[in-house]
Write a protein that binds this ligand. Structure first.
Ligand code: ZN
Length: 599
């Protein structure tokens, strides 16, 4: 049973008194009883400082992390819960209410799948690769960030009850009070969010691979650990542990037990988490909107077409027409370097960063004369990628159906090693890679209706085969690529579809192309997700382009893309701003596009 009133009251309280420690007991969060009869706590979305300046090197630096809402078992998984599924109980200390121990990570993950299937939820773990699919609604191990966030429960001190380790005996079982054994779960006081045994009894597996230096480069939004490594994260100390290892931030690396030769110690247990049931979004709110004042900080010289005023015009229009409040806002966070590095070399990323450093009030350019940069261009670009990725994640997690991202700088001309044509990082290509790599999707369709050919995007996927790139663009025109003969190569053969257009094409020509070329190609390809490189420089009266599209034309194209998305991929679309330089035409076109996404 969810009690939203209680939750909002608690959130309001913490919003009014930042930094204040919540009462050590009393205020607890709403809970749900699962179909399997287990109590879970609904942990609200929020921010916290992960790690500690008082911690060891691997626990530093403390850094801001955002975690989405999730459900977490109120207690560690008990032997009764475990044996219910006819699984052999590995524990040394036997007892129905005692936590399961001597359990390797692999068996804990397997239990999550068994538990999911028993409740008709989608299992998260691939049982061959141990890969976790976060888009599924089944049980899984918590990420390390989720675990620490839940353990801290809004506190910043060493323990969730304060800094005084002498009070540990009230909250957990550890070396000094355990009598050298585990104890039934839920006997001690819970933390402020109603979770038991977070400081002791048994240590708990997290889903993440352990990264020694992970905090130094960590992602700010729902971090999920490094991509590979031998060891996995264990959290929370145990009946054997000293007070120091029971802190909220303590983390250790342990062997996950992929090889059977390794026996898990009698101090290792776990608890499960899963996604909350999706909130019933009201019709309009199913469309997300990404923007940020940070994108205005990418300054370009006086008179340059790609300028901050473009975003101001878009946001003003959506606000004036009352659309903004009907959209679900999605906050961008800086994309981790590893996400950007899916499409750009680390050397290039570093080069962009360095080029912007120390520019002060000046602007300069990088690589080509048409790529101006200012002091905060790198930060804007990293957040533009982060915003698009956050929108993709929100769609994959079912929080929204589709999204429009009003970001700067644009991306579709950016190459692996080179900035060009107003673009630093290739937002759309990185989003596609993120869908393939992190969300494990099989196929992504990119539709590019910018007046210019997206040479960077085409290059990235020319021989890939998992990404179809469909572009309409004026020809001959900048950047010169994009002839119909460029069709992809090797595995990518046929996955590049270029439709060069003469000046003045207009709505009807586009309508015909979308019906006769895009739709059949897309339905044959069967994408799992659709990304739009939404350039509005194909609009009538644009300063650069001459393709003469009206707002109605953009709306019709958007509806056609939605039709394809509904047929192939549950309506999943993330659209992002590329060009569009006449402010009135831009605002008119974006308004029409966003309205059609919301319909
Ligand atoms: Zn363009």
């Amino acid at each position: 049973m969810i009690r939203p009133a209680l939750l909002s009251a608690l959130l309001a309280l913490s919003a009014c008194a930042p930094g204040e420690e919540p009462a050590p007991s009393g205020a607890s969060l709403p809970t749900v009883k699962t179909d399997g009869g287990v109590e879970m706590v609904l942990i609200p979305e929020g921010d916290f400082d992960m790690g500690s300046e008082r911690g060891r090197d691997v626990e530093q630096p403390a850094h801001k992390v955002h975690v989405d809402a999730f459900l977490m078992d109120r207690t560690e998984v008990t032997q009764e819960q475990y044996e219910k599924f006819k699984l052999p109980n590995p524990s040394r200390f036997k007892g129905a209410a005692l936590p399961v121990e001597m359990i390797p990570w692999t068996k804990a993950a397997l239990f999550c799948n068994v538990r999911s299937k028993a409740e008709n939820l989608e299992p998260c773990y691939n049982e061959d690769t141990a890969e976790c699919d976060f888009s599924k609604n089944g049980y899984r191990l918590p990420t390390e960030a989720e675990w620490e966030y839940a353990c801290r429960a809004g506190t910043k001190s060493d323990y969730s009850f304060g800094a005084d380790g002498r009070r540990l005996a009230d909250y957990g079982w550890f070396a000094e009070n355990s009598g050298k054994k585990t104890h039934p779960v839920g006997q001690k006081k819970p933390n402020p969010w109603g979770l038991y045994d977070m400081h002791g009894n048994v240590a708990e597996w997290c889903n993440d691979i352990f990264g020694k230096d992970y905090y130094k480069t960590a992602i700010a939004r729902n971090p999920r650990g490094p991509g590979d490594g031998e060891m996995y994260v264990l959290r929370g100390g145990s009946w054997k542990g000293s007070a120091e290892v029971l802190t909220s931030f303590h983390r250790v690396a342990e062997n996950p037990g992929f090889s059977d030769a390794c026996l898990a110690p009698d101090t290792m247990g776990f608890r499960c988490v899963r996604k909350p049931a999706p909130a019933k979004a009201s019709a309009g709110k199913a469309t997300g909107f990404v923007t940020s004042d940070l994108f205005l900080e990418h300054k370009t010289p006086e008179g340059f077409p790609e300028r901050p005023a473009r975003l101001e015009a878009i946001v003003k229009r959506l606000k004036d027409k009352g659309l903004l409040q009907e959209l679900t806002p999605i906050q961008p966070a800086p994309a981790a370097t590893e996400i950007i590095a899916a499409c750009h070399s680390p050397a290039y990323i570093e080069r962009v960063k360095k080029a912007c450093e120390g520019l002060g009030e000046k602007t300069d350019h990088i690589d080509t004369g048409d790529m101006p940069i200012s002091a905060k261009s790198y930060e804007s670009a990293v957040n533009a990628v982060g915003g698009v990725v956050a929108a993709v994640d929100a769609v994959m997690e079912g929080r929204i159906r589709n999204a429009f991202c009003a970001v700067r700088p644009p991306g579709h001309h950016a190459l692996r090693e080179k900035a060009m044509g107003f673009c630093l990082f290739n937002n759309v290509a990185i989003a596609a890679r993120h869908l393939l790599n992190k969300h494990r999707l099989g196929k992504v369709l990119i539709i590019d209706w910018d007046v210019h050919h997206g040479n960077g995007t085409q290059d990235e996927f020319y021989e890939d085969g998992r990404v179809m790139y469909f572009s309409t663009h004026q020809s001959p025109f900048y950047p010169g690529s994009g002839s119909a003969e460029e069709r992809g190569k090797g595995k990518g053969e046929g996955c590049i579809v270029n439709v060069p257009l003469e000046k003045g094409a207009g709505d009807d020509v586009f309508r015909k192309i979308y019906d006769e070329k895009l739709k059949p190609a897309a339905l044959a390809f069967k994408p799992d997700f659709i990304l739009i490189s939404a350039g509005f420089d194909s609009a009538r009266a644009d300063k650069l382009g001459r393709l003469d599209l009206t707002p109605e034309g953009y709306a019709a194209m958007t509806r056609k893309v939605r039709e394809i998305a509904d047929a192939c991929c549950k309506g999943r679309i993330v659209s992002m701003l590329e060009g569009g330089y006449n402010l009135d035409a831009l605002a008119d076109s974006v308004e029409a596009h966003v309205r059609a996404l919301m319909e």
